[in-house]
Design a protein around this ligand. Sequence first.
Ligand code: IPE
Ligand code: IPE
Ligand code: MG
Length: 261
Amino acid sequence: MTGTPTRASLEAFFTTKTDRALLDRFDPRQAPAHVAVIMDGNGRWAAKRALPRLFGHRAGAKAVRESIAACLELGVRYLTIYSFSSENWRRSADEVDGLMSLFIEVLEAEMENLMDKRVRVLLIGSEAGVPEATLTAFRRAEEKTAGNDRLTLVVALNYGGRLEITEAVRLIARDVAAGEQDPDAITEETLAAHLYTHAIPDPDLVIRTSGEMRVSNFLLWQIAYSELWVTSTLWPDFKRGDMLKALVDYQGRTRRFGGRS
Ligand code: IPE
Ligand code: IPE
Ligand code: MG
């Protein structure tokens, strides 16, 4: 299925009473094209259960699967997930190594499902410092899913907004030095074209779980006019109904982009 979801397909997916009530307020023709998620709270989820942090990340991977399914049903075309920030290297080696291995494991386990659902995987972020095996797993997934057209899953790994803008400036400066770019002709479009996200529309909606009211260096350039939605729900507890609720709230917003309506 591509295009606008039908009421029947949505009802088959959203079955609880609460979700059905939300469905009544959801307009399938107005789904945001791009939803970006700061998946926060895995550690707190694990701590509440007296489990090691990595158990929280494993539970978080299940929540990613659920969100992909929800976005497919709701007609979202791009889902960006903040999976590891350029600042997350500050965590313990155990946690970092565990996450880098978990990415490989989850990609392998999910490949059949991604192909079946026609989900394309795209990696954004800096390659510097990311283990070769993790990069290879993502490169393989990108190649394998390149022809999939229902949903693009953008995985932000070793991603930092400031780092991304800095790298873009460096590339543009090189073009200037080589005489290939007139400094006076540099526009917002020039900068956007040098970001990791050059082929991806800006997010319409940014979701952050577990209650923190900050953007933590996520897509700084791209979220200039995105709508923000924060929930206290911890990422591993984030269900299809939470995604639906975020989209319904989004549809109730008036986006002005600096103008007056
Ligand atoms: C988000 O959960 C996942 C990553 C940053 C990789 P956290 O690990 O930040 O969870 P909390 O914030 O400690 O609860
Ligand atoms: C943001 O969460 C990064 C990811 C979700 C990957 P953090 O847990 O790293 O953010 P802070 O430290 O609370 O700002
Ligand atoms: Mg956190």
